[in-house]
Design a protein around this ligand. Structure first.
Ligand code: FEO
Length: 634
């Protein structure tokens, strides 16, 4: 027997509602049938496990609301994927939508309802069939009724299977309704999906042939580890909220598991992806988070909203560390309107596909949420061409996205006055130098543009929220954007066997004895370039040493010289040195980079044969450090 034949029965889909002892509840059913016209009677079959079944048994009344083809998925999820035992499905319902039997009907996405009173019930084991007299019937719209087949083909999203769960060599079963993956040799007969509560018949086996199947989530150059985010099963779970104001909430997440930001910058202290929620007559989410944190993120947002939906998703910036969860957010609230500017949507749709419900805003345009008014200002190239900031006029908060951000997860303190800023300054400058530094002039223009606004708080998409030390962060960003270097020397060397490293120490000695107290020496093979760039941004003196390698320079040095010439830090004085090895070419290659980047070389370059064991070499290296140091001191 092929039980799939039963799916070809022309079922409809309905919301079955009831009320008992002051409790309203409802569920989705597909078995409603008119059985007689005189008297007018229908039957409906209901699973005994449903709370609605329990309430109908007690009350003897119910309504059938007939869903249309325009019904969005969230209606099916609302009534079908959660239990009334743990959720009040009618928490925001209006009382005037009660029928003559005092039971609520569903007025939206429906074309008719029947108000009924049970006359008899028939026990079918797992289900009860209620036979009922129709007390009233009303037509609500002329939209066509949805069938089970239409729902399967056009409304229900294809389940997003978490292939990470399906390990090679293990048998896995995926729920065709919601995508939950069960790992095990056999699925128990009484198995119930922990997410959507469907039974074994809705599962099918999946076979994963390779060890490293990419999850659809993992498409944005960030490493998603085995660690699972929180994803509670019950809707009555909630987290305590973090308020910026009474109705503006922090809903960001910490990432301490991604090893490389943008897949090339180390994150020893992690990073935060900040997002903000404004709850008013309309609800707005400002910038989502990196996709690997979607479960935690949605949990936080829903904890605040308590069943309300999000009306607007503001996209200040398209980069995937913020935008990669957009598909999941839209799936959660299908009617959400995505708000961006004229440059936002082409890249966004290139990343994620067509966005149906979008709103394009212009410079200075406002969007009212009720008491809160959002205003949008373009800050192109801080960090990408479409970058903008959102200013909330009532609270006077600037949601600045990458601008004023920093590396470093938020360790309990969300606001600047809850932490020691000393712990964050290096991570902020490293973020600035490597993310914003290349567009320092545009950053300066953005700061000047925001200078015309009255600002109570700066809420970036990475790092601390600034509500107390605004002058401090504005001062730092202005200093870094103007590239006002501090007194100090950065010495970076690349050495095959250590000789160029010894040279670096001699250079450093010359700089220190010339009175420079902040001398930083880095081995390019040991320190990731973003840290070095951060110090180069800070200090005026830069001395680079590279030994020869096949007639060119120590290979790891190539990335640093590329970054210097790409970011073009200003107000610097440079020096060069290195060992010849058997070929020479290290210093010559550095000199070529210096010429291309128009580095301000203030001392004669030093190239040493072999090791720095001769006094004249020692003197040249020492004097290199001393000369650069004197140029730093002016
Ligand atoms: Fe934090 Fe440019 O993205």
């Amino acid at each position: 027997m092929d039980t799939n034949a039963l799916f070809n029965i022309g079922y409809g889909l309905y919301v079955l509602t009831t009320r008992h002892d002051g409790i309203d509840n409802g569920c989705i059913v597909n078995t409603v049938l008119q059985v007689t016209s005189t008297p007018l009677q229908i039957v409906v079959s209901v699973n005994k496990g449903n709370y609605t079944h329990e309430l109908i048994k007690a009350s003897g009344v119910f309504n059938v609301s007939m869903l249309t083809t325009e019904t969005p998925m969230f209606v099916f999820e609302h009534f079908g994927f959660q239990s009334g035992r743990t959720t009040n499905k009618f928490a925001t319902c209006e009382a005037e939508h009660r029928a003559v039997n005092e039971v609520l009907y569903v007025p939206k996405y429906t074309n008719a309802y029947l108000a009924c009173r049970v006359s008899q019930s028939i026990d079918f084991g797992t289900h009860t069939m209620f036979v009922a007299e129709v007390l009233d019937a009303q037509v609500l719209s002329d939209k066509p009724s949805v069938t089970y087949d239409y729902y399967q083909r056009n409304i229900k999203p294809q389940p997003e299977i978490n292939y990470d769960d399906a390990k090679n060599g293990k048998r896995c079963w995926v729920c065709k309704v919601c995508g939950y993956v069960y790992e095990g040799d056999e699925l128990p007969d009484d198995f119930e999906c922990p997410l959507c509560k469907h039974g074994k018949e809705e599962f099918e086996e999946i076979i994963v042939e390779t060890q490293n199947v990419a999850s659809p989530k993992n498409d944005n150059n960030t490493k998603i580890h085995e660690t699972q985010c929180i994803a509670p099963l019950q809707n009555n779970c909630a987290m305590k909220q973090i308020n910026l104001t009474e109705n503006i909430f922090y809903v960001g997440v910490n990432d301490r598991r991604t090893e490389l930001f943008e897949n090339h910058m180390e994150l020893p202290n992690g990073v935060s992806y900040n997002s903000y929620l404004i709850v008013d007559e309309k609800v707005a989410l400002i910038d989502p988070v990196e996709a690997g944190f979607i479960e935690e993120y949605l949990f936080k947002v829903k904890s605040v909203l308590q069943g309300r939906k999000v009306d607007y998703l503001i996209i200040n910036h398209d980069e995937p560390d913020h935008s990669s969860s957009i598909a999941a957010v839209i799936r959660e609230w299908p009617e959400i309107q995505v708000v961006g500017n004229a440059k936002t949507f082409a890249p966004l749709e290139a990343f994620y596909g067509t966005i149906e419900n979008k709103k394009v805003v212009a410079e200075g345009e406002t969007l009212s949420l009720g008491k809160h008014i959002l205003q949008f200002f373009m800050v192109p190239m801080v960090h990408w061409p479409e970058s903008m900031v959102t200013y909330e006029q009532t609270s006077k908060i600037v949601f600045s996205n990458d601008a004023f951000g920093g590396f470093g997860a938020l360790n309990g303190g969300i606001f600047d006055d809850q932490v020691n800023l000393v712990f964050y300054e290096d991570d902020m400058r490293r973020y600035y130098a490597n993310i914003v530094g290349k567009v320092a002039m545009q950053a300066l223009k953005a700061i000047e543009k925001l200078g015309g606004l009255e600002i109570n708080m700066i809420a970036p998409s990475h790092g601390l929220v600034w509500r107390t030390n605004l002058a401090w962060v504005l001062g730092k960003y202005t200093q870094w954007s103007k590239q006002e270097s501090e007194e100090g020397v950065v010495i970076v060397y690349g050495s095959l066997h250590g000789n160029t490293g010894v040279m670096a120490d001699i250079v450093a000695r010359g700089a220190a004895e010339a009175g420079i107290k902040e001398v930083k020496v880095y081995d390019i093979a040991k320190t990731e370039v973003s840290f070095i760039m951060s110090d180069i941004w800070k200090y005026k003196g830069v001395i680079i040493g590279a030994c020869a390698h096949y007639g060119s320079m120590f290979p790891n040095m190539t990335l640093l010289t590329h970054e210097i010439n790409e970011f073009k830090p200003k107000d610097k004085v440079y020096g060069l040195f290195g060992g010849m090895s058997w070929s020479g070419g290290g210093v010559k290659t550095l000199a070529k980079c210096a010429e291309e980047g128009k580095w301000n070389l203030v001392a004669e370059s030093v190239e040493v044969k072999g090791a720095p064991i001769r006094e004249e070499d020692w003197d040249k290296l020492y004097n290199l450090g001393k000369t650069v140091a004197e140029a730093v001191k002016g």
